[in-house]
Design a protein around this ligand. Structure first.
Ligand code: ADP
Ligand code: MG
Ligand code: ZN
Length: 475
């Protein structure tokens, strides 16, 4: 029996507003506990929330970028439950009338585009944070996060594998960062997701019973948690049991999901319209203004990179994942770097160095113009590709220009045939055994001779000339 997985994600994105959603408190992360609170966000009775216009704008921006319908009329609702990090005893959220509905995000799966439906996007406030420190018989509550604006982006159950789920998350994160509405930082919790997972026998139309997995806080865990859950549900079915609808928690240290509460224990939130906030009526002209201000988004940028620069789908998709990276690339090209070469050096060397140091592209010393200059030195034969790697590293470490490094370190490529010939002759004279083996048919020894000459010339011999000379001399 084969099974198919059905997955829907509920993604919570913390909005990048300066202040909270219903009061003027700062949203800054990592401050002294309870230093960023007021009567409104700590839930004092008798106070009135007022909607942060920026939060509404960010939700609308996200809705437009995901091809949603922006509701002309929407409103907030109270979601009632008791927990120490929720001082009011209810969370202000949206329920039957969310701000955005019926959108989609396109992802790439095995080279093909697939559309994932967005059911809805709604605004809500975050709760505070309970801190369980030491062995004391108490917990601490930090309300700095209470009232921080969130968007919940709910997908249709269109996702069919853990890889698609991770791809969808990545795509969504890229989009949110392009829009400047969320920093996408999963470690700090500004992007989190709950995964709804079910399985059904191949060919069956109806969905199976789903479990909702909470506490997923990295891309790797999106895949791992869903993978585990699919296997678990299949095992239950194979053993003749049935999957129960429940909420499960992902335990990343053990790599398993565990039951948290069943459907019977599920909260009854007793949603009702929030009486302290007026319904949201958006002016269509305001929405159109936001639409007009959207930046070029990853999909469009990728398509443009493909047609304008002739890049591969992989390169175009990687380069457009981050807006800052895409802009850096275009600057290299504007400064005269060949697009394909610029893409290779950026995706290869530059990303490797940045990853090693866990740096963003805006934080490095090397500049687009310098890469363009280095590419020109390669194109006009001043340096070989091998030497360019040394030059690139030096540029990255010091921020110096390529011509200066080449001059300083004496890295100009040797293209003088007689000089290279001399070096080849020396190596051949020193390696009679290898020459014999090569002549006996061991052709892979060509690499040995080339390597030895490169070593002797400190990588400066022009590789093409060198290769031809070695072949000629040994034939
Ligand atoms: P709730 O509010 O209880 O979380 P929703 O109906 O809003 O329930 O669904 C939440 C998520 O669950 C959505 O992303 C949806 O796509 C997904 N979902 C619904 N049914 C299934 C199913 N049978 N299998 C997997 N995911 C599902
Ligand atoms: Mg849910
Ligand atoms: Zn406040």
């Amino acid at each position: 029996m084969t099974y198919e997985a059905v997955i829907g994600l509920e993604v919570h994105a913390q909005m990048l507003t300066d202040t909270k959603i219903f009061c003027g408190c700062s949203t800054r992360f990592g401050r002294e506990p309870n230093s960023q609170t007021c009567q409104i966000c700590i839930g004092m009775p008798g106070v009135l929330p007022v909607l942060n216009r920026k939060a509404l704008e960010f939700a609308v921006r996200t809705g437009l970028a995901t091809h949603c319908t922006i509701s002309p009329y929407s409103r907030f609702a109270r979601k009632n439950y008791f927990y120490p990090d929720l001082p009011k005893g209810y969370q202000i959220s949206q329920y039957e009338l969310p701000i955005c509905e019926h959108g989609h995000v396109d992802i790439m799966v095995e080279g093909e585009s697939k559309r994932i439906g967005i059911t809805r996007i709604h605004m809500e406030e975050d709760a505070g944070k309970n801190i369980h420190e030491g062995a004391g018989a108490y917990s601490l509550v930090d309300l700095n996060r209470a009232g921080v604006p969130l968007m919940e982006i709910v997908s249709e159950p269109d996702i069919r594998s853990p890889q698609e789920a991770a791809e969808y998350m990545k795509r969504l994160r890229a989009l949110l960062r392009y829009l400047g509405v969320c920093d996408g930082n999963m470690e700090q919790g500004s992007l989190r997701c709950d995964a709804n997972v079910s399985v059904r026998p191949g060919g069956q139309k109806e969905f199976g019973t789903r479990a909702e997995i909470k506490n997923i806080n990295s891309f790797r865990f999106v895949e791992k948690a869903i993978e585990y859950e699919i296997r678990r549900q299949i095992r239950v079915l194979e053993e003749g049991g049935s999957v129960v609808q429940e909420t499960r928690l992902w335990d990343s240290s053990r790599g398993v999901t565990e039951s948290m509460r069943s459907k019977e224990e599920a909260h009854d939130y007793r949603y009702f319209p929030e009486p302290d906030l007026v319904p949201i009526v958006v002016d269509p002209a305001w929405v159109e203004g936001i639409r007009a201000s959207l930046p070029e988004l990853p999909d469009a940028k990728q398509a443009r990179f493909l047609s304008k620069y002739g890049l591969s789908v992989d390169d175009a998709s990687q380069l457009t994942e981050e807006k800052a990276v895409a802009e850096w690339f275009e600057e290299v090209v504007r400064q005269g770097g060949r697009p394909k070469a610029a893409a290779n050096w950026m995706m290869g060397e530059l990303m490797r160095y940045l990853n090693e140091e866990n740096k963003a592209i805006g934080e490095c010393l090397i500049q687009p113009k310098q890469v363009a200059e280095m590419l020109k030195l390669m194109d006009n034969g001043t340096i070989s590709g091998k030497i360019a790697k040394t030059v690139f590293e030096e540029m990255y470490r010091t921020g110096k220009d390529a011509p200066a490094i080449v001059k300083e370190k004496g890295l100009v490529q040797i293209t003088d045939e007689s000089a290279i010939e001399q070096a080849v002759d020396d190596i051949i004279a020193k390696s009679p055994k290898e020459v014999e083996r090569y002549k006996a048919g061991e052709e892979k020894l060509l690499g040995f001779f080339v390597g030895q000459v490169m070593k002797a010339t400190r990588g400066k011999a022009n590789p093409q000339i060198l290769n031809e000379l070695v072949k000629k001399k040994l034939s």
